[in-house]
Structures are given as structure tokens and as C-alpha cells.
Design a protein around this ligand. Sequence first.
Ligand code: RIB
Ligand code: NA
Length: 297
Amino acid sequence: TMTRVLVVGSINMDLVVEAERYPRLGETLFGERFASYPGGKGANQAVAAARLGAQVSLLGCVGRDMFGSQLKDALRAEGVDISRLREADVATGLATITLAEGDNAIVVVPGANHQLLPQHLDQDEQAFRDADVVLAQMEVPLATVERAAELAERHGKPFLLNPAPARSLPPELLARTALLTPNEHELALALDADGGDWQALLRRLPGRVAMTRGKDGAYFCRADGGLHHQPGFTVSVVDSTGAGDTFNGALAAFWPQGIEAAMALACAAAALSVTCSGAQSGMPTLAALQDMMKEQA
Ligand code: RIB
Ligand code: NA
């Protein structure tokens, strides 16, 4: 049976340029390529889960502009339920992404994403009743994420939080989170920890944190404080944008299988996602993921 995933999050148009290196401050460089792709952490995670066979509904907000309608079309084509999507009279969320030196650098302008407010979630409370899992990130207002966590709790649904972009998180929000999925940097900021090793930080949230570590895969702190390591899968990297989102969407889709099984599948899905340009293009279907798992076995 299909997992019903409710995503509360952002929708952006990603404007991606490729250059040989990053420009210095005040410098003008010629780039090699430009392309625009559907993105935004909420939309990316929704698409990742939908490709893997989950039944996905997205609560978000776009502007009444060209990017907004293109992004809605793209989500519809992926089978994501956008019947509750809002529209606002501000620009659709936008990310400018520079790919250079084997990495990416991103500026996000939230625009319409910041018009998704707590009262909108109250109006769509039915979506929380209808979900098996609720998944959110930090590209919509903090108050909206907090309301999502409260509504998930009210309806007894696990709340998964990808704390990206990095920021400090209120303890009440952490307390309502069934699983936090930071990278190393996001974990330190989420817990207001300056320094300290990440293993010690993981043990502050036993049974409730899975930390991603790029090529190294992911770590889960078991309820008894022991660390479970899911090694990464080796692939050739074309564009790592959206790898974390693929991991999160997959974790939500496979949540009923248990965290450690879900992590293995999520790491494999994330690895496949980096083999194509754009945040969403490389996200695997369930069939593609199963093929990869067979090859690795
Ligand atoms: O996580 C990747 C996403 O972050 C991109 O799609 C971009 O929109 C930024 O929000
Ligand atoms: Na990619």
C-alpha cells in the first residue's frame, strides 16, 4: 500500500549557471551553461516521494506569475496533489544556483513561500488527517513549520523535519519532531551547539535523528544511543543539488518499513539523484531504485 505523505514546504524555480570557478567579489565571469529547473526543498521532497510510489500532497504557495504556473504544471505531471496549493500576489520563490569547482552555491529568495501562514494549515487540517507522515523543511516561515508540527501531533502523525536551510530550532519544535534529518552543519545550528563533535550531538536526540554526511551516507542514533551507519553508494556526481531532498522524500515514502531500512533506500535514491542535472531530474522511480538495490546486493 502507498504511504500517504503530506509535505509542507517551499516551491522554487531554480536558475542554474555553470562556470569553471566561482567569481570573486566584484568580478564578472563568463559561464558555460544556463538552465532552469523546478526546485525548492518542499517540491523536491514531494517529487522524490511521489516517484517512489508514495501518495503525496503538497501544502505550499506560489506567485501568480509564469514560474508559478510552470511549477504547478511540473508538480501535476509528477502526480503530486496540488489541490491545496495557495497563490499569492508576490513573486514565486526563486533560487539562483552556481555550479562550479565540483560544488554548488545558492541564493534563495523565498517570495511566495513566505506567504504560507499557520492559519492556512489550520484551514487545511483535513490534509493532516489524511496523511501517514508529515514532512517539512525550513524554507517556509518558522511559525508555519511549528503549526505543521502541532497539527501532526494533534492527529497522531509522525513529523519529519529536514532543518534546511540551517538555523536554530525552538525546543518545542524539536520535541514534536519524530525524526530530524540535518547534515552536520545543520545539526550543530539546530541544537545551538558551538563546536562539539557530531556524534555527541546525535546522542542528544536518541531515536530521533538521522544525519546525512554526503558520500559517507547517513547516521542514525538508536534509542539506546548506539550509532547506526548507512554507508553511501558510489556514483559519479553530475549535480548534487537536491540529494538531501531525495533522501528526505524517500525516508518519508519508506517510513513504514522502519528507519534503518528506509535509510538504506533513501541513501541509494540520493546517490541516483546526483547523476543528473537539476534537483529533480535524477530522482529515481521505485523500479530504478529496486534495480540499484539488486545490483548492490
Ligand atoms: O535543496 C535544494 C533546493 O534548495 C533547490 O532546489 C533550491 O530551490 C533551494 O531551495
Ligand atoms: Na541532481
